[in-house]
Ligand binder design. Sequence first.
Ligand code: SF4
Length: 245
Amino acid sequence: MTAAQRALRVGGLQPFTGIDYPGALAAVVFVQGCPWRCAYCHNPQLQPRRVPQPEAVPAWPELLSWLGSRRGLLDAVVFSGGEPTADPALPRAVDEVRALGFRVGLHTAGMLPRRLRALLPRLDWVGLDIKAPLADDALHASITGVRASTKGGAAAVRESLAALQASGVPFECRTTAHPALLNSAALEAIAGELASAGVARYALQIGRPAGALLDAAVPAADYPPAQTLQALRRLLPAFEIRRGA
Ligand code: SF4
């Protein structure tokens, strides 16, 4: 059996959400495994690829069967993670979900652009994480724990963004921000890059401390400063800020 024929490795399930796929009621399937080690990761239990199937989480065949029972109640299924594109079984899982009549969304950090490009014709919506200014390989590496020279760093995200732009699939870019990681200059640099790339939708998610930042202060209400927010809105009129992400 090839890796693509093995069942998707499921690390978690959110059976119902109104906020993870714009304008749709969705279930979120959390895929096990992520090669990155972001300082603020809220799902570190999803980082290792090979772990026993958690007892409380249905394996993919059971989950697919449950999704079949949700037809008419849900509009969409979102694959999140971990990093869903790191699982070679994702394309088949996406096809199985589409065959049930659901729209399909993907949350990705864009680390595997070739896999993302191949998947795009099967997707209805994508949320792309932008961890740091895409021209700043060193800052990107320090946030993700992935060496700047490593395949799958900021260069991969640049490639994924270009693939998304070319595909016509609706998408949003979003950045999880904490003052210990991203100052105003970095946030404005990200917004500038996205504006230059013609990105329409961008969200800043002000993160609660987690992972290696667990002991860090909760970001103050004035982070980022008002003038930074104004600059972001000037660059990206559809900019949105989400607190407590
Ligand atoms: S890319 Fe996402 S899942 Fe992977 S370590 Fe970073 S925050 Fe966690």
